[in-house]
Design a protein around this ligand. Structure first.
Ligand code: COA
Length: 168
């Protein structure tokens, strides 16, 4: 298994994985599947450029050169918030789960975030019923600090969001 930052050439294949993630897990992610599946290869590369321009990064996991997992890190904007980052879009395809790929992605992201000047805190939000994800984040040192009732609405169903944090 190889983990590295996704480059522009790799972005369309990684986007295809992201579209699958959004299709299969609408209650796990904030981005809508209908939007994602309409994004062209060039638009996906633009999105990657925007991530990088904002001092964020997109990590990918590959097994035998095939993309199998991903993680997005973004830096908050504004002078008083730039010490905080956010992890999102954590996904491992079903065939590869249970083998430590998500943990490796998160650990790599934390290590990479530590190299960002002034970065001090990483936050994330997760569906409060998503046990696999919560266990994964806790295994990486994240702690719970609150539940936001009705934090997300998916096809008319309200979902409570658990907020977690890691001081790095
Ligand atoms: C959540 C997800 C990313 C975990 O990926 P994974 O590669 O299977 O996770 P790992 O193998 O790295 O497991 C990491 C830790 O979480 C635990 N864990 C993972 N899945 C679990 C499950 N279903 N039940 C209990 N614990 C679980 C593992 O035991 C491991 O803990 P340990 O290191 O103490 O043994 C994956 O299930 C997934 O993509 N789910 C769908 C999308 C999603 O929900 N993403 C998160 C959005 S916030």
């Amino acid at each position: 298994m190889d983990i590295h930052e996704v480059n522009e050439a790799e972005m369309p294949a990684m986007w295809t994985l992201w579209v699958r993630a959004l299709h299969d897990h609408p209650q796990a992610f904030g981005a809508p599947y209908e939007w994602a599946r309409g994004v062209t290869d060039e638009q996906s590369r633009d999105l990657l450029r925007n991530i990088v321009a904002g001092e964020g990064f997109l990590l990918g996991a590959w097994v035998e050169d095939a993309p199998v997992g991903m993680l997005h890190f973004s830096r908050q904007q504004g002078e008083k918030f730039r010490h905080k980052g956010e992890i999102g879009a954590v996904y491992v395809m079903p065939e590869q789960r249970g083998g430590g790929i998500a943990k490796a992605l998160i650990q790599a992201a934390v290590g990479r975030a530590r190299t960002v000047a002034g970065m001090a805190v990483i936050g994330l939000s997760v569906n409060s019923e998503n046990t696999a994800a919560i266990k994964t984040y806790e295994a990486c040192g994240f702690t719970r600090y609150g539940v936001e009732p009705k934090g997300m609405r998916v096809e008319g169903q309200d979902i409570d969001l658990l907020h977690m944090t890691l001081i790095i």
